[in-house]
Design a protein around this ligand. Structure first.
Ligand SMILES: Cc1cc2nc3c(=O)[nH]c(=O)nc-3n(C[C@H](O)[C@H](O)[C@H](O)COP(=O)(O)OP(=O)(O)OC[C@H]3O[C@@H](n4cnc5c(N)ncnc54)[C@H](O)[C@@H]3O)c2cc1C
Length: 525
């Protein structure tokens, strides 16, 4: 073993943070601002984890949010507390879902204006009923969001405390106790409308509408409470702008951030004495002590670092595709401008029955024959991620997030399954376009089409997301599940080792919440 000469300033820190994902950086910034000495060790050559911008296409000045792409769960309080130079922008259209009925191309447009949304519902469903149900349903989730969201950055409430805070028996039952499918079927009659509602419960979550685990409910909950509104906004400058602002804030407050440093082991004697983190760099190994060690890496990594029994297995279930287009494709549904349709979330093959079928096929080991996915165009809302020449030429980015493709489907042949799934997914999109998408793809400097696809296994390899799970593990309820959960939901059985990443209680998504909460736990607040 070569011992690397430590490039950092101290042999011991108040806090050593394993992982420079956005949550690790949030924790670092809070702790450094509170006067603590902080060292962040990140294994990759850059910070950000799944919240980064990159130029994936050779010679093309397009900085895409490579993995995560929309922001809802980041509390304004964190942006304010840390003085971040970071902004989000609302989308004028929330979603568009194309559909062919009676041989006619149409679709459901949500957003633009209330009148347009109402009219779109009426045209699709033949009456005003479905729209009224939609309004009532989301009024309920909105009321719940305003009560639950502020609790995410407070000490963890018990189940009964949160229930009392929600103070709405019907809403509590619908979201916290019964499978989401019951509420969806009770409120809505139209298959397409049901599907659009359900998708928020299936992002990065492999579950059926009636799954007794209620994993779909927890995923849905995190998708409708963000910011107290459930709005999903566009990060100006791309997701990397958030990470860069966080890294700047942490460094400005005195935190040291080292990339290319992979933690290998955490030794702690459980007494609260400083723990030791052994790490590896390109040139050798070293060790550093931390009075607290905060692990931004996944629960799987935490168990490995501590040499403990493996964490419960996690499995991601999504396909992520990044594209650059020379122009947006024309739609078969001529009642909607492509700029509106792609500016919000564009749902494909996400009817309620289609989602159920895709889940059932995947559960039996098959790639979905009609793969569901959703698409959005960042550059329509925020062109700043494209170089000026691309903007002048009308280029646009496209991000696709596919559902119901669990990691197990890729284990035999990742590359082959990726190709088959990508082709099948694009075929579903093409069915609603007046021209094939591939004709609109830009070419990189080597003449290759600007498109890349990532399976769950790719994400595990690149980012160490366990089984490619975008939330490190299935989301938890935002309340204490028993006394062992701890005051902030970040505690482990070692008093000086905390989780500060997506796998914590109230983790998952681009929120900074577990980073904030781990910092509060260290500060004893
Ligand atoms: C394709 C995709 C799309 C998504 N879309 C959205 C979205 O639109 N909106 C949203 O809110 N969420 C989205 N998510 C989820 C969200 O991105 C993640 O839940 C969130 O970024 C997790 O942040 P984190 O800081 O907790 O962990 P991570 O981002 O996973 O960061 C952990 C860091 O720890 C490092 N690390 C791991 N092991 C070690 C080690 N041994 N030593 C040192 N460093 C280590 C990793 O390299 C990484 O940098 C998406 C995720 C993916 C993958």
């Amino acid at each position: 073993m070569t011992t690397t000469s430590a490039p950092f300033r101290r042999a011991a820190y108040d806090a050593v943070i394993v992982g420079g994902g956005h949550n690790g950086l949030v924790a670092a910034a809070y702790l450094a601002r509170a006067g603590k000495s902080v060292l962040v060790l990140e294994r990759l050559g850059h910070t950000g984890g799944a919240a980064v911008s990159t130029r994936p296409f050779a010679g093309v000045d397009a900085r895409l949010s490579r993995y995560s792409y929309l922001v809802s769960l980041l509390p304004a309080k964190i942006v304010r507390d840390l003085g971040l130079q970071f902004a989000v922008r609302g989308r004028t259209v929330s979603s568009y879902t194309p559909v062919e009925r009676d041989g006619r191309a149409g679709g459901l447009l949500i957003g633009g204006s209330e009148a347009r949304t109402r009219e779109s519902f009426a045209r699709l469903t033949g009456s005003g009923r479905e729209y009224e149900r939609w309004r009532a349903f989301y009024a309920t989730t909105g009321r719940l969001a305003r009560k639950v969201f502020p609790t995410l950055t407070e000490p963890l409430p018990s189940r009964s405390e949160l229930r009392a805070r929600v103070d709405d028996e019907a809403a509590w039952r619908m979201l916290f106790e019964e499978p989401l499918g019951l509420a969806v079927e009770r409120h809505f009659a139209d298959d397409l409308v049901r599907g659009v509602v359900l998708t928020d419960g299936l992002i990065g979550t492999f579950a059926d509408a009636h799954d007794p685990s209620l994993a779909q409910n927890r995923c849905f909950l995190y998708h409708v409470i963000g910011g107290g509104t459930g709005d999903w906004n566009v990060p100006v400058g791309g997701m990397g702008a958030l990470t860069d602002a966080l890294a700047r804030a942490a460094r400005a407050a005195g935190a040291e951030i080292l990339t290319g440093h992979e933690a290998l082991r955490i030794d702690t004697d459980g007494t609260g004495a400083p723990a030791e983190v052994t790490f590896r760099t390109a040139t050798g190994e070293g060790a550093v002590a931390g009075r607290a060690v905060l692990v931004n890496a996944s629960p799987r990594a935490l168990a490995e670092l501590l040499g403990e029994a493996p964490a419960a297995p996690a499995e991601g279930a999504q396909l992520k595709v990044n594209m650059l287009l020379r122009r947006l494709p024309r739609l078969r549904d001529t009642s909607v401008d492509p700029r509106e349709a792609f500016g919000g979330t564009f749902h494909i093959a996400e009817g309620y029955e289609q989602l159920a079928r895709a889940h059932a096929e995947a559960a039996t080991g098959e790639l979905p024959s009609v793969p569901p996915s959703e698409i959005y165009c960042h550059s329509l809302t925020d062109p700043s991620i494209l170089g000026p020449e691309l903007v002048a030429r009308g280029y646009q980015t496209l991000t696709l997030f596919g559902l119901h493709t669990p990691a197990r489907l890729f284990e035999k042949d990742n590359r082959g399954a990726r190709e088959v799934l990508l082709a099948g997914t694009l075929a579903q999109l093409d069915a609603h376009l007046a021209e094939p998408l591939t004709e609109c793809l830009a070419l990189d400097a080597d003449g290759r089409p600007c498109i890349e696809a990532k399976t769950p296994l790719d994400l595990d390899r690149e980012l160490r997301l366990p089984g490619g799970h975008i939330f490190h593990r299935d989301l938890s309820w935002p309340y204490a599940d028993g006394p062992e959960t701890g005051r902030w939901g970040v505690e482990t059985r070692h008093p000086n080792v905390l989780l500060c990443g997506a796998g914590a209680v109230r983790g998952g998504g681009v929120s900074g919440v577990p980073g904030h909460n781990a910092a509060m736990a260290v500060l004893g607040r």
